[in-house]
Design a protein around this ligand. Sequence first.
Ligand SMILES: Cc1cc2nc3c(=O)[nH]c(=O)nc-3n(C[C@H](O)[C@H](O)[C@H](O)COP(=O)(O)OP(=O)(O)OC[C@H]3O[C@@H](n4cnc5c(N)ncnc54)[C@H](O)[C@@H]3O)c2cc1C
Ligand code: SF4
Ligand code: SF4
Ligand code: SF4
Length: 387
Amino acid sequence: MENISRIKEKCVGCKSCEQSCLKHCISMGENKEGFWYPVVYEKNCVECGKCLKTCPAENIEQHRNMPQTVWAWRNKNDADIMKSASGGAADSAAKAVLQMGGVVYGAAYDDQLVVSHIEIESNAEREKIQSSKYVQSDPNDSYSKVKQRLAEGKKVLYTGTPCQIAGLYAFLGGDKPNLYTVDLICHGVPSPKFFKKYIEYQNKKTDGRVIYFNFRSKDKRGWGTQYLLKTKTKTKTKTKTKTLSLDRYGKHFMDSDCYRESCYQCAYANTSRVGDITVGDFWGIAKSHPEFNSPKGVSSVFVNTEKGQELFEKMKPFAEAEQATLKEAMVKQGNLVQPSNRPENRSNFYKEIDEPDFVSNLKVGLQLKARIKSILPSKLIQKIKSL
Ligand SMILES: Cc1cc2nc3c(=O)[nH]c(=O)nc-3n(C[C@H](O)[C@H](O)[C@H](O)COP(=O)(O)OP(=O)(O)OC[C@H]3O[C@@H](n4cnc5c(N)ncnc54)[C@H](O)[C@@H]3O)c2cc1C
Ligand code: SF4
Ligand code: SF4
Ligand code: SF4
C-alpha cells in the first residue's frame, strides 16, 4: 500500500506520521534495538497520503537555509552557563521566548531518566531542558501540542535535533508566524533502550539508584565531555564524574557505532540548516578567538533566517557574543560536512542487547591519550589547546 511503511530505515522517528493520520492507523513500535518506527494497521488505511506529506524524510528540502551570520556565544549568567552544555545559547533562546510570554519545547529527563520532549512555560523549569542528553528524545505528541499552542496565538520555541525540527515543519505544513526553532549540530542518537540498560547497569554496580545524570557536567573539569552521575543508596548519595570516552555508554556514543540507522544517512549533516537558529559547541574557539574562550563553555550560534535574527536580538542581552566565520565554527565539526560514518561493528552492536550482561560486556579499550588527558589539570589542557 502507498503509505508511510515505505520509508523504512530513512525514518528518523519523529512521530509526525502517527500524529497526522486521521484514520488513526499508525502506531509507533519499538524494534529490537529500541528505536521506534511506524507500524501501519493496513486494514484501516485509505491511502490518503497525509502521512507521507507530513514525513520529514519525504520533505528534506523544506525550510532549509544557509547561515546568514555566525557567532561565538557565552551566557552572562554564571549559574545558567554552568548548567548548559556549551555556552548556554539554547538556554538564552528559551529565556527570550519565555520573556515574550511564549512556551518552549525541549528534551528533559523524567524521574526514571527517560528522555522526552516536554513543554515549559516558566523560568523555573528551564533547567529541565538544559544540557545535552545523548540519547534519542521521545517527541511523544509534542507536535500536536505545538499546533494547539500556535492556534491559541502563543509564541512557541521548539528546540531539538535537526530531524525533529524538520518533522515539526512537515507536520505543520511549513513555517508559522509565531514559531521559532533552534536545531543542534548533531552527531547521531543511541537508542533509549541502550540508555535504559546502561542506567540499570549503574544501579546494579552502585547497589543504589541513579537519581541524576548529566552528560556534560562542568563541575569538575569545566567545558568538555565529562559526565556526572549521582546515585542514592540506602545510606548515602554518591557522585561520580568520568570522561565520556572512557565510559561504556559514552565511548560508544563518541564512536558512532550505536546510532539510529537514519543518522548514517542524515540529511542535516551539512551547513544548510533547518532551524531558525543552529547551536553547537564552538570547539575551535581557543585558536580562532582565544580571548573569547572560556572554561565555562562557548557555543557557536548560526542565525539562519529573518526570524532567527529576530530571536537572536532578544537573546543578546543575556550573553556576550562575538562575530565569527562559518569556517571557524566548522572546526572539529564533521557533522556539518557529512553524516557520521557507519562503523562495521554497527551491524552487530545491538545483537546482545537483551542479554543481562550486555552493558558490562562493552569494552572501552586502553585509550592512553584520553586517560592521560583525564588526569591532567584542565587549565593545562586549555593552554595546550590554545597553542
Ligand atoms: C544527540 C546529540 C548530538 C550532538 N552532537 C553534537 C556535535 O556533533 N557537535 C556539536 O557541536 N554539538 C552537538 N550537540 C549539541 C551540543 O551538545 C549542545 O547541545 C550545544 O552545544 C548547545 O549547547 P547550549 O549550551 O547552547 O545548550 P543548553 O542551554 O545546554 O540546552 C540544550 C538544548 O539541547 C536540547 N537537547 C538536549 N538533549 C537533546 C536530545 N537528546 N534531543 C533533542 N534535543 C536535545 C534541549 O532541548 C536544549 O534546548 C549534540 C546534541 C545532542 C543532543
Ligand atoms: S495513507 Fe492516510 S490513512 Fe493510510 S496510514 Fe497514511 S495517513 Fe493514514
Ligand atoms: S520520519 Fe517521522 S513521519 Fe516519517 S516515518 Fe518516521 S516517524 Fe513517521
Ligand atoms: S544525526 Fe541526523 S537523523 Fe540522527 S538524530 Fe541527528 S539530525 Fe536526526
